[in-house]
Design a protein around this ligand. Structure first.
Ligand code: PMT
Length: 212
């Protein structure tokens, strides 16, 4: 019997709580990551999805671990990383979190004028350090300026095989939208521009390229 390959995908935002009613986050809906998970499942991968808080149904057959914070996402990704053949980090992980979370709701009158933040762990960077020869690691880059330059920097810094650049300054695509448009860059200096399409169509095209 042929053993199916394992695909590990992250999707959605993370939430970094300030107090029980407030958090730092971003507008990721999870649609791009869920479309990639669905495409992987169609291609007979065993799919493990690590999902931030989103309102999307999960397809039967896909294993999902729900997380909230960057720290929880990191633990879930690290613990499933060694078993994975293909890893795609599509989640919009918050880069910063408050130094502390208040256990009670801060009243408006004593809400601090500024909140001290510390960086979260760069999960993809850590995965890149642990990557083995038989694993393929794919990242996304959400950029608003110097897009190609910044995406290529992330490709190299995080030891990725491919990176999908998302120019999120374009309102019709990226965060929350049904549509997306990405340019893929590989560590072997290939560049493939994929035109605007639904996230499902793009997921299919992305898989054609990264699994070639
Ligand atoms: O969810 P949707 O509404 O469908 O929107 C899709 C999307 C815009 C969120 C998606 O296509 C996308 O671009 N995801 C990456 C968002 C992001 O965090 O990009 P970044 O350039 O800040 O990070 C670069 C890479 O490092 C990403 O693969 C990210 O998952 C990873 N990262 C970032 C920060 C961090 N602390 N840990 C990480 O692993």
């Amino acid at each position: 019997m042929v053993k199916s390959l394992n695909c590990l995908i992250s999707a959605g935002p993370t939430r970094e709580w300030i107090d029980p009613v407030r958090f730092i986050s971003n507008p990721s809906s999870g649609k791009m990551g869920y479309a990639l998970a669905s495409e992987a499942y169609k291609r007979n991968f065993k799919v493990n999805l690590v999902s931030g808080p989103v309102l999307l149904p999960i397809e039967k057959g896909i294993y999902v671990t729900y997380v909230e914070s960057a720290e929880e996402m990191s633990i879930a990704m690290m613990s499933q990383f060694n078993e994975a053949d293909l890893i795609i980090m599509c989640a919009a992980v918050c880069d910063h979190k408050p130094t502390k979370m208040w256990s009670q709701k801060r009243k408006k009158a004593d809400f601090p004028p500024s909140i001290e933040l510390v960086p979260t762990q760069d999960i993809l960077f850590e995965l890149g350090k642990r990557k083995k020869e038989n694993q393929k690691l794919i990242g996304f880059a959400a950029e608003t300026e110097s897009c190609e330059e910044n995406a290529k920097k992330k490709l190299n810094l995080k030891n990725l095989d491919w990176i999908a650049l998302n120019d999120v300054s374009i309102k019709e695509i990226g965060f929350e939208s049904e549509l997306n448009e990405v340019t893929l860059y590989s560590s072997s200096e290939k560049k493939v521009k994929l035109s605007i399409a639904t996230k499902e169509e793009l997921a299919e095209q992305i898989f054609d390229i990264i699994t070639k």
